[in-house]
Design a protein around this ligand. Sequence first.
Ligand code: GDP
Length: 439
Amino acid sequence: MEETIVAPATPAGRGGVSIVRLSGKSAARVGGRLCGELPEAWSFKPCSVCDRTGSFIDSGLVVFFAAPRSYTGEDVVEIHCHGNPLIVDSVISAAISLGARVAEPGEFTKRAFLNEKIDIAQAESVADLIAAQTSSAVVAASASLSGEFSGVINETIDRLIEIRVLVEACLDFSDEDSVAVFDEESGTVKFALKKEIEDLEKILKGSLLGSKMRDGVRVVILGPPNCGKSTLLNYLAKEDVAIVSDDPGTTRDLLRVTMDLGGLPVEFVDTAGLHEDTSVGVELEGMRRALASLDTADVVVLMSCVGEKFDVPLPASCNSIRVFNKVDILSKEGGDESSLFISALTGEGVDVFIKSVFSSLGVGVGVEVPLLARRRHLDFLEKSLGFLWSSLEALESGSDLVIVAEELREAQKSLGSITRPVSSDELLGSIFSRFCIGK
Ligand code: GDP
């Protein structure tokens, strides 16, 4: 981390202000050459920004954060200039000519991690905060950034260490002593292990929801023409949710609308257009294709008018909800006890429909803001739980204590990988490469 890096900290484009950020050993020297004498740490100063030859680029403000009290833990200089990409480019070129180099994506945050300003889960939440699609996801990402998620994980690690200490202490005795001592302690260890398993299962459940909140879920609506698919989408968009994006889709066949449904970013995919002017057989084939191309669907809604036959063979693993529409003009009939009857026009039954979308995802409506989590976190939580179970089984079956200790060690290691992985350049590379430049 000898090199000093530079990048715009604000998005490309025109606006009131753009910020160019420098971090590293020479940040103060480069910043000083560009902006004149730097202000005291943590304060702003008006400045003229000039290149190395003294040519004027822009007038702005400069702020200096002296190491280690900065985002990266290094000396950081921020230059606030007018929001024009040409000005930003000139400031960056001038910084490069003075010895800085352009930062890689996520490099500022990576330095913050390497300088132990934040742990890896917090670093990830910086990117999640920027990418959050719903206000609940923003709240969840902020909580993770402030260390809540890491806190929960680290507290669990601390308790696992205590259990390990008990087990490992027994390993240090001679065989007979060890058995005698452990007989006394095993009840305590078993009890503590069971409690950790229970708690970790709760954390995993919350994280599962957190990962859905981060990544969003996809709900595909299939149904014959005129059964009310678009009307339902419009109703949801108008009444219950805020449309956060409206994308006509990459193929002409599919309409995708992403909504904030009770805190979860839900992308509804309307397959309207597949069925028009086609015979029934072709329609079904078209729908099968739509479904096949949407194998990432979390939930499939099979919709038709009340009394209308509609069936599509779905993969067994598929979460589906059967919905009959137009109950405002048609009397309820058909379906089974799990079928829903709604009116997409008047909104009757739509609240129950939304609840069922949530419950088929395994979550409740009106998401209590959970821990925003990534697939990576879920994997390590699941791994850790697996090791804890094995440890408990080994303990209960009277296996060698060495096995119990080893499983516990692995459980702790897996949890540790969530917040502070034992340095794996590949893992860090893959995490930070997904950041935007300047973060
Ligand atoms: P899609 O082809 O499945 O997207 O169907 P549309 O949403 O375009 O609806 C087709 C027609 O049915 C339109 O005239 C809608 O106003 C009407 N419609 C949709 N839902 C309802 C409903 O719940 N009740 C009544 N009475 N009409 C509906």
